[in-house]
Design a protein around this ligand. Structure first.
Ligand code: AGP
Length: 364
């Protein structure tokens, strides 16, 4: 992939369109079918060390933090290691307890984000083991960490992250599978995840073929005064990232909430001018999510669902192919990148260079 626009009107559109190839690249040469696992050459964490990890803490900013949230869920689910993500910008200022049994992971597209780098440096000073999940090879965070996984998304020029976000989530799936197979993940489950990983590029192509309809939906929702994004568990980081993307590029105010928290406050905001984008994976929380759609409908809210099948209670549904439940978050966010893009286009925004933002924030 190059810096050439290749016929696209913006880098954002080019980068969204490149995602099937990008995911193919993060997988290439890493899958080991024989042992139903993956090889991550630069990890520098042997099996004994991996088994000794008691907790995983993932640090990043913005989209990288959201990809880290997806990663934390994957690591907990597949490797059964307690894991969570925190904004690096918060972590570095709160004098955190640095625990020798915790594996710290810094996530960054650029590898130069100052807050994330400062968190890594603070951790290193305190003797922690820190890995990187980074896109830019040889960047500061890649150099300062003890090892890690390159994301191989290729150059990302648009200020808002799209293909790197997706590839980072896939890189975390690889890491989770690797840790899982060293610990208690069965061969059968390892194979199930590998098969799912291989289906991703084709499914991404399928989602991107639906662009024309998403463009129409974007035009229909572009008059919103604010938008609510909701999801439960696997759907929540997807909602957060989609909300960030929409506000960055279209300047429409957007809020992301766990669907389960709506009734504890944000439901007061629901009215026809505040549509809700609901992330509805086909997992064991499907019925709970359907109940949420009903709650919103009962308050005259417009609903755009992102789901694997049409949602009766939604005004519109974007249907996304289903993969393995653990991998579905990788796919569910992609149509919402297109929604943000087409909303910004409809509103005449400067898509590749949104106001007030820089691609990487390398100063305090
Ligand atoms: C992405 O849409 C944003 N531009 C922003 O949130 C970004 O993800 C964040 O600044 C972190 O950048 P990094 O991945 O290069 O560290």
């Amino acid at each position: 992939e190059s810096y050439d626009m290749g016929g696209h009107d913006t880098y954002m559109h080019k980068e969204i369109s490149e995602q099937a190839d990008a995911v193919d690249r993060v997988l290439r040469g890493r899958i080991d079918d024989r042992f139903a696992t993956v090889h991550l050459g630069g990890l520098n964490l042997d099996a004994r060390e991996a088994r000794a990890v008691r907790r995983v803490k993932i640090l990043g900013c913005g989209s990288a933090y959201h990809a880290g949230q997806i990663g934390a869920q994957m690591i907990e689910e597949l490797a059964r290691i307690p894991a969570d993500a925190e904004p690096a910008s918060e972590f570095r200022y709160r004098n955190p307890v640095v625990d020798p049994d915790t594996l710290y992971i810094a996530v960054s597209q650029s590898g130069e984000t100052y807050d994330t780098l400062a968190a890594v440096q603070e951790l290193k000073r305190k003797g922690a083991r820190v890995l990187g999940v980074v896109n830019v090879v040889g960047s500061a965070i890649a150099r300062e960490t003890d090892g890690g996984v390159y994301v191989h998304a290729g150059p990302e020029v648009c200020v808002v992250s799209t293909k790197c976000f997706t590839n980072t989530a896939v890189a975390f799936a690889l890491l989770a599978l690797h840790l899982g197979r060293i610990r208690d993940l069965s061969v059968a489950d390892g194979r199930r995840i590998i098969d799912g990983l291989r289906r991703l590029p084709g499914q991404i192509e399928e989602i991107l073929r639906g662009e024309e309809r998403i463009a129409k939906l974007a035009a229909a929702y572009a008059d919103a005064k604010s938008m609510m994004f909701v999801g439960r568990v696997r759907g929540f980081p997807v909602a957060r990232e989609a909300s960030l993307k929409l506000k960055e590029v279209s300047y429409i105010h957007a809020e992301a909430y766990p669907a389960s928290e709506l009734k504890h406050g944000p439901l007061a905001l629901i009215e026809p001018a505040v549509p809700t984008v609901a992330i509805v994976p086909g997992d064991d929380l499907l019925e709970k999510n359907r109940a949420t759609l009903e709650e919103i409908k009962a308050r005259s809210g417009r609903i755009l669902a992102v789901a694997h099948v049409e949602q009766e209670k939604a005004d519109d549904t974007i249907v996304v192919p289903a993969n393995e439940p653990e991998l579905d978050p990788v796919l569910l966010g992609i149509p919402l990148q297109l929604l943000a893009y087409h909303t910004a286009l409809a509103l005449g925004r400067d898509i590749d260079k949104p106001r007030n933002l820089a691609k990487s924030v390398t100063v305090e």
